[in-house]
Design a protein around this ligand. Sequence first.
Ligand code: FAD
Length: 432
Amino acid sequence: PIALCWLRRDLRLDDNAALYHALKSGHPVLAVFIFDRIILDPLSDRHDRRVAFIHQQIHALQDQLTQLGSTLLVYYGEPLPIWKQIMQAMPLAGVYTNADYETYAKERDQQVQQLLAEQGIGFHAYKDQTIFDTDEVLTDAKKPYSVFGAYQRKWKANLTDFYVRSYPTQNYFNSFYKTAAQAIPSLASMKFKPVNESFPATQVSDQLLEHYAKNRDKPALEGTTQLSIHLRFGTISIRQLVRQAQAHSERFLTELIWRDFYFQILDHFPHVEHKPFRPNYEAVPWLNREEDIERWQQGMTGYPLVDAGMRQLNQVGWMHNRARLNAASFCIKHLLIDWRIGEAYFAQKLRDYDLAANNGNWQWVAGSGNDASPFFRVFNPVSQAKTFDPKEAYIREWIPEYGTPDYPKPMIEHTFARQRAIDTYRKALNRT
Ligand code: FAD
């Protein structure tokens, strides 16, 4: 019988927990990937960077496995029927995979586990995309943390070399099942268009990390790692990256801890996917004006930092974190647009879209999430631009008509919008 390693958001052969355990199981191993129609069919834009990125990575994995005399089995369809098909096609010793914390994924895995169990086949899930599993960093009362500062302290206190050790999969590569390479469905056959863009490198220099703390907030610089797409799809190992962070940048380590933090929030409080983390925030009466939503999405608000960010998002599918904060704050606070509308737009456009991080950050900005600070924080997009883009280099890069009559005037006055947001929140939350 064969041990199958089901790859999902861990698209690499090196330092992969599930693959390591499969290779050590004593059975010949085949790797499997499913283009999941339940996820793909609802995507309205068929020119999708993420699907193209995954497709490219699947080809790269296929090349690596072919060189090892094996193959990647690639399917296109719904997971459950595909697993039925696989179970009929070959005798299975077990299925090895890395845990996923999204509700859809958890339900899917439970169904597959049950299906396999009916035939006595084990489903083995491992921690791979985070340093700590969601129940490994808890309060002294064994409760999940809901505020970052305390979580971070415990995370750091718990960290030992054990948690950042790589899984040496390469030592066991001769355990792959030897067979001819199989075909990969084309993007066109799945009704997606090719994307003629290159993606960021899979690594970051020590030098960038040395300057990370100083440069990370300046959107005109290439001061951040751009590794988000790789962390999203597991084309880089988080353990390797944390070791590099430990050696070169405490501040960068903090950002990676935020990532772990939001995974454990989503896992422990799955209601956040659709509802505010703090239920009383459901009472905020949003305006949700169509015209406002449209202007915000198109980067035509007349606030250059917000607009530069939105245009960067629309054009390249990535936005600098400082711009994300301002764009989200403007959407929620200045325009009183429900954070879920903004969140959904980012989800559609971001090449690094990740439910846990996107939802967590949107809720943080809305004030409804995991933030100890008061609800009345409203970013001032003018002073933010002055502080973080003093030479307007980022703004000019993304708004070619900036400074000409073609660029719109601010669609709403800041002082008015700020006060309106605070009053609206205060009333809805019964705060004085
Ligand atoms: P770097 O600064 O180099 O950081 C390295 C990595 O740390 C990132 O790739 C990411 O994995 C992690 N990270 C950094 N900041 C955060 C954070 N605040 N929360 C969680 N993880 C973090 N990040 C996503 O990966 N996917 C999203 O869908 C997403 N949506 C966001 C929405 C809003 C409104 C905001 C304010 C932030 C969002 N972020 C999201 C967090 C952050 O903006 C991006 O991770 C970062 O800009 C990616 O660029 P980078 O890889 O160069 O980041």
